[in-house]
Design a binder for this molecule. Structure first.
Ligand code: ZN
Length: 315
């Protein structure tokens, strides 16, 4: 399950339709987390590639993220139609990564307007190719370059009304440079996208740990935080302790890489210094050596001031 670390399923990539799965074979687990609010948590086989969710309002449905492939997104549409006759009006992409946008076309075909940070429009068909590195295939490249572009883009917070139901979409810093969260005040639910991972090392390829840790501190300091439900981009439904735990993980990584750098360690030697210490500090996390290798490399670049992050494109 090496591809797991990227939060990317290694198969069923953007695939075409197959038979509608039964509840037992859904690629995600649907969890009610508030009145008309559901988290769709990637199943144990990681066929959905990431988490998603949705909110049923008075006059329609808003979906958060679309998984990595069309099968999973179509299964989500099927579940929504099973639960409510109301139309699917919006999908909010929390960021451009393909494991959260790969199923957008299925949502669009179901009637959704795609809302995203304004930088997503410039990145979704191009930077997603970089995301796969040497794992890119011709099929995947073709699928990425055909991804739908968002219909509504923003670099500011915005409020979406589903009748009288208020949903607050906020811009946040840390994971990619084009990140949104979705807050449902009446249900006390925050969909964080990949600003939060639960007990799984995050993908730092486009990130700034400095900004990211600050954003997670703000999530944990939200009014009524002990009673909030947080839906992470990867891992199970979370609470404020998980948010603090994730932030601590980021800061531990930053500290350990900083210590190794001070001792003159580089590359593999730096990763070998960090790995056992980070695992010991977070014994209940699932941390592969491959994941640590990438995290140490990106953290080292951030501390050295050489980290490359996606650059906003002209509209
Ligand atoms: Zn992700």
């Amino acid at each position: 399950m090496k591809a797991r670390w990227l939060g990317l399923a290694g198969y069923a990539v953007f695939g075409t339709a197959s038979a509608q799965p039964s509840a037992a074979t859904l690629p995600f687990v649907l969890k009610p987390i508030g009145p008309g609010v559901y988290a769709a948590i990637d199943g144990p086989e990681h066929k959905a590639g990431s988490n998603a969710g949705f909110v049923i309002g008075d006059d329609g449905v808003l979906v958060v993220d679309s998984f990595f492939n069309l099968e999973a997104a179509r299964a989500l549409v099927g579940e929504i139609h099973r639960l409510t006759p109301k139309p699917i009006r919006y999908v909010v992409n929390t960021h451009y990564h393909a494991d959260h946008t790969g199923g957008d076309q299925a949502l669009r075909e179901a009637g959704a307007t795609i809302i995203a940070h304004k930088n997503v429009r410039g990145w979704v068909r191009t930077n997603n190719i970089n995301l796969f590195g040497d794992r890119i295939t011709a099929e995947l490249r073709a699928a990425i370059t055909a991804l739908p572009l968002p219909d509504v883009t923003t670099d500011k917070d915005l409020t979406v009304w589903l009748g009288s139901r208020k949903i607050v979409v906020r811009t946040v810093l840390g994971h990619t440079g084009g990140d949104l969260t979705v807050f449902v005040p009446d249900a006390k639910v925050l969909f964080t996208g990949d600003m939060l991972w639960r007990k799984i090392p995050p993908n730092l390829i486009d990130g700034s740990v400095k900004e990211w840790a600050a954003s997670d501190a703000a999530f944990a300091a939200m009014p009524g935080a002990p009673r909030l439900t947080y839906v992470p981009g990867h891992g199970d439904v979370a609470n404020v302790s998980d948010v603090r735990d994730f932030r601590a993980y980021l800061l531990d990584l930053q500290k350990l890489v900083g210590e190794g750098r001070k001792s003159g360690l580089k590359e593999d030697a730096l990763a070998q210094f960090v790995a056992p210490r980070l695992k010991a500090l977070h014994p209940d996390w699932t941390i592969s050596d491959r994941a640590i290798g990438f995290e140490v490399k990106y953290m080292d670049q951030e501390l050295a001031g050489t980290k490359k992050r996606p650059v906003p494109t002209a509209e």
